[in-house]
Design a protein around this ligand. Structure first.
Ligand code: NI
Length: 135
């Protein structure tokens, strides 16, 4: 059985590779490398796969999942500048791919008993997915 919690957070970022020159970063990342940053309304889907607990009828109490996501994702990332405010992305380029991997690691530590998949929408049409299968 799979269950999902959807969470929204807003954050700013700038794509860049710290090992490259300004010119190469501008060439490769274009507008996403704009020095003054830009924002996204991210949508995170957290999917958990596990057995239904026969006592509760739940895979997980979604209130518990909501609180874990708040502590691990919303509190540190919502309304933040990912490059400047979040130590995870001081060096790591905050692409949707890398943000999804970071979120996966943070949530997996709290939910080791479940098969976890995170899907992160950077825009309505652009999203990435990272799961146990790639870990
Ligand atoms: Ni962007």
């Amino acid at each position: 059985m799979k269950v999902c919690r959807r969470t929204k957070f807003n954050a700013a970022h700038r794509l860049l590779n710290h090992n490259w020159s300004d010119e190469k970063n501008a060439e490769v990342f274009g507008k996403c490398n704009s020095p003054n940053y830009h924002g996204h309304n991210y949508v995170l889907e957290t999917w958990l796969e596990g057995e239904i607990n026969p006592d509760t009828g739940y895979v997980i109490d979604l209130g518990i999942l909501k609180n874990i996501i708040k502590e691990e994702v919303e509190d540190p990332f919502d309304h933040k500048n990912l490059n400047l405010d979040c130590p995870e992305f001081k060096i790591l380029n905050p692409t949707a791919e890398n943000i999804a991997v970071v979120i996966f690691g943070k949530l997996k530590k709290r939910l080791p008993q479940f098969k976890l998949t995170v899907r992160l929408y950077e825009t309505e049409n652009n999203y990435v997915e990272y799961s146990e299968d790639y870990n």
